[in-house]
Design a protein around this ligand. Structure first.
Ligand code: ADP
Length: 451
């Protein structure tokens, strides 16, 4: 080995050692970057997040109340303190029931099945909202409140408490009331002249009292149709405004829904006939073993009575509305009016073979002014108030209304109403007779089974 080779080997070793040292240094510094910098960031981030949430909770006007799984308040932001009148220190650790006292319009405490907080604690599932609640504040004042309660779950999906967001909606309720009053006064005032115009147009179109040429008849018929539409719009606006502020008059009395629908269907048949649609009426029948025929077991088919307690005028309004829609949105086929039920419920349905309703519109259908906007419905006139009014009336009698539909095949609207047993109906009828004898204006129609 000569000197030159030795120098080369030593230089090579130095380069390798330097290389190794350099690699180690770089890795070390990289490790430091990984082990130190993120640590600092995480801490700062957490602190920042807490700071931010604190700032938000303190700044917002809405009340935020965090309740643990035992029902004790754990967090109560300043917004909640202003709304309820309880300070944060007072409210913390107290049971939610003693701080968030919800009451109805008459100032009576919410029942457990109405109170969104009680409902979440009884069976936690999804967020429950109530925009029509009222709160009894610490000072005994009642304020309009909107409340939304969401359940909280731990990572094992076990119920861990709830968070309630509350908002004082005094201003919104006043505005809502003013709007509703305006609509009802305006529609009431406008309904009268519209009715007069409609009446005069009808006279002009009546051959017995007027002589007009065919062109004038054509114009007047169009004017008459539009006036009728306008009259219906004002009537619907008036009814919906009344439904909203609880002024919808209702004089409930005992009726047998089967008999009621049978009578009504005679009037409705005329509307279906006019459009070339057939009408079928199905009333549920049940096979009952007639004990008087002996143990041999003969069967006798009897028509059951579906007793319900509703205002007949309101009920007629609902059925007619659904029926008019069925006719309006059906070009050919038939409309079926049906009634069935069980011991607790009377279920009526109105089925058509019409255009059907798209699935995405169904959840909104019973909202005010909602109309399906597609090629099948665009040319058909309407207000979008009919189904809203139907829902409000049905809810007045603790009922439920919904629809099932198949596009292009037809729709069925269902209504469930609490059904009275024959015994309950008898008691109701006796009460009504007493009221009638005492001079009430409502005379109950005697029902055959109860005489
Ligand atoms: P409208 O005056 O527009 O008929 P409604 O509140 O009665 O108002 O109905 C709301 C919407 O629901 C209608 O615009 C229509 O699109 C749809 N609809 C209601 N009934 C039926 C039906 N039987 N078949 C198909 N669509 C219907």
């Amino acid at each position: 080995m000569n000197i030159e080779t030795l120098i080369n080997i030593v230089l090579g070793i130095i380069v390798v050692v330097l290389g190794i040292l350099l690699t180690l240094k770089i890795r070390g510094s990289k490790d430091r970057v990984h082990s130190q910098k993120p640590g600092i960031n995480l801490e700062t981030n957490l602190r920042d997040e807490r700071l931010k949430s604190g700032i938000i909770l303190n700044a917002i006007e809405d009340g935020v109340v965090l309740i643990d799984r035992d029902g004790a308040i754990q967090l109560f932001n300043p917004g909640a303190a202003v709304i309820t009148g309880w300070s944060e220190d007072e409210a913390r650790k107290l049971e939610y029931k003693s701080v968030i006292k919800l009451v109805n319009d008459r100032g009576e405490p919410y029942s457990v099945d109405l109170n969104p907080l009680d409902k979440i604690f009884a069976s936690p599932s999804t967020t429950i909202r109530d925009n029509n609640a009222n709160l009894l504040t610490r000072n005994g004042k009642i304020i309009p409140l909107s409340i939304s309660v969401s359940p909280l779950f731990d990572d094992k999906k076990i119920f861990n408490g709830a968070v309630a967001i509350i908002r004082d909606v005094t201003k919104e309720r006043i505005e809502e009331k003013q709007r509703s009053e305006f609509i009802s006064t305006a529609s009431h005032e406008m309904r009268t002249p519209v009715a007069a115009i409609e009446g005069y147009l009808a006279l002009a179109l009546n051959d017995k009292v007027s002589t007009i040429d065919s062109r004038a008849r054509d114009y007047l018929e169009k004017a008459h149709d539009s006036t009728q539409h306008l009259g219906k719009l004002f009537q619907d606006l008036l009814t919906s405004a009344k439904a909203e502020d609880g002024r919808l008059t209702s004089h409930p009395r005992l009726i047998d829904l089967g008999e009621f629908m049978e009578q009504l269907s005679n009037d409705l048949r005329f509307i279906a006939d006019k459009k070339g649609l057939s009408l079928e009426f199905n009333i549920g029948s049940s096979d009952i073993i007639d004990a008087t025929l002996g143990a041999g077991g003969s069967h006798k088919v009897i028509k059951p009575f579906y007793y319900i307690k509703v205002d007949p005028d309101r009920m007629r309004e609902v059925i007619t509305n659904l029926f008019d829609n069925a006719v309006k949105y059906t070009d050919q086929g038939k409309i079926t009016l049906g009634l069935t039920g069980d011991n607790q419920i009377a279920q009526l349905y109105i089925k058509d073979t019409g255009v059907g309703i798209p699935a995405e519109d169904i959840p909104h259908l019973f909202q005010k002014f909602y109309r399906v906007d597609n090629s099948a419905t665009r040319t058909i006139g309407g207000t979008g108030l009919g189904l809203y009014i139907c829902r409000r009336i049905v809810e007045l009698y603790q009922g439920r209304i919904w629809v099932e539909s198949n596009m292009g095949k037809g729709s069925t609207f269902f209504i469930n109403l609490p059904r009275l047993s024959t015994g309950q109906a008898k008691i109701e009828q006796e009460k009504e007779s007493v009221t009638a004898a005492a001079g009430s204006q409502y005379t109950p129609t005697p029902s055959p089974v109860l005489q």
